[in-house]
Design a protein around this ligand. Sequence first.
Ligand SMILES: C[S@@+](CC[C@H](N)C(=O)[O-])C[C@H]1O[C@@H](n2cnc3c(N)ncnc32)[C@H](O)[C@@H]1O
Length: 409
Amino acid sequence: MAEARLASAAAEDGVHAVAHTVGRAPVGAPGAPTPAGDPGVSAARTPAGDPGRSAAPTIAEALTAARSLLEAAGCASPRLDAELLLAEVLGVGRERLLLDAGRPLGEADRDRFWSLVARRRRREPVAYILGRRHFRALTLAVDRRALIPRPESELLVEVGLELPTGASVIDVGTGSGAIALALFSERPDLIVGACDVSAGAIALARENARDLRAPIRLWVADLLKDAPALARARGPGADAVLANLPYVPLGDRLMPDVGCYEPALALRGGGDGLDVIRRLIASCAQSAWPSLLALEIDPRQAQTVAGLLADAGFAQVQLRRDLASRERVVVGRRGAALSWGCGPRPAGDGRSRVDERPPGHERPQGDERSACHGRPARAGGVRDERRKSRSQGVAGMSGASHDPRGWPA
Ligand SMILES: C[S@@+](CC[C@H](N)C(=O)[O-])C[C@H]1O[C@@H](n2cnc3c(N)ncnc32)[C@H](O)[C@@H]1O
């Protein structure tokens, strides 16, 4: 019975070698010895009377057992998680697990694997367990000092990629530094700075900047406090502000992976989720800069935030959708940004833009600027842009010729 279950799970996994383990108690089988680190996880044992068989579970058996434990714990992608954790323990890529499916796991590897599985069973995010996360072309160190960067935040990076040559940009609420560091790597001509109210997050962002040899300016601040003075010292000021600030409404329930592990300061934005975003927009309303403000939001907040930007004097407001077609970023433009057009992009990046101007807001003939920017949100003319593919034009980080002193000190 157990063998059949194991074989069928393995076949489902595309792992065939495990089907030859007839006679061996499967990893995780009731009654099997418990490995160190997790009393709920059982190890394989040597079948009586068969000294020729190895006591160690194979890679496929360990993965099968881990997967069912993670599934039972409510993890959303148990198979992937198990593979990532085992690949980490063995120091190999996930594809190697498939090739070596029948290889027995050594005791030390097995114990380490179960201890990582135990952490994941308690719903600790895989990125925190591994200590890293990929974001665009970068691999960033992540830990509980900052939010784990999400793919939807790439939309903010894409807004930054459209800035004119030499523009300065501040990533407010930078966390691990993901958005600022991605921009630095892909657009070395930009002057990139980043701040966060959390000293721990800035310390992590600094570690990432050092590891990536990206000497961007990072500072601890409440929103744009001190930034205007910094910008004035430089001259023209910050042309753009990109911000993924906390926006989860108070009443929203969070998955344990998020709510129990990621910093509340990075997530919760008060009653309707917009407390911090409102403060940022209000501070921009009292100043002539930035000329472009882009905010990541929950899709339910899109119209409200578009209205706040319009009220704050941003003459043109756009909504941008993620790959699931949800409105995830609001972009406000005013002053100089109105003449930037759609901005430069890395050559040959192959991205397409879909203009989904609502009825009544058709693109005026011969007016490229209007074609790139919609009407204020309140007028119902918010323009949607759907990104169909990701940017390809990534410059090497270490080869970037960026002068860190270009940013005001
Ligand atoms: C949703 S996380 C985004 C982190 C990072 N930008 C990313 O996309 O992965 C929000 C970040 O905003 C920071 N934050 C919260 N309130 C802030 C404030 N008043 N001023 C500056 N940063 C703030 C948090 O510490 C957190 O790092």
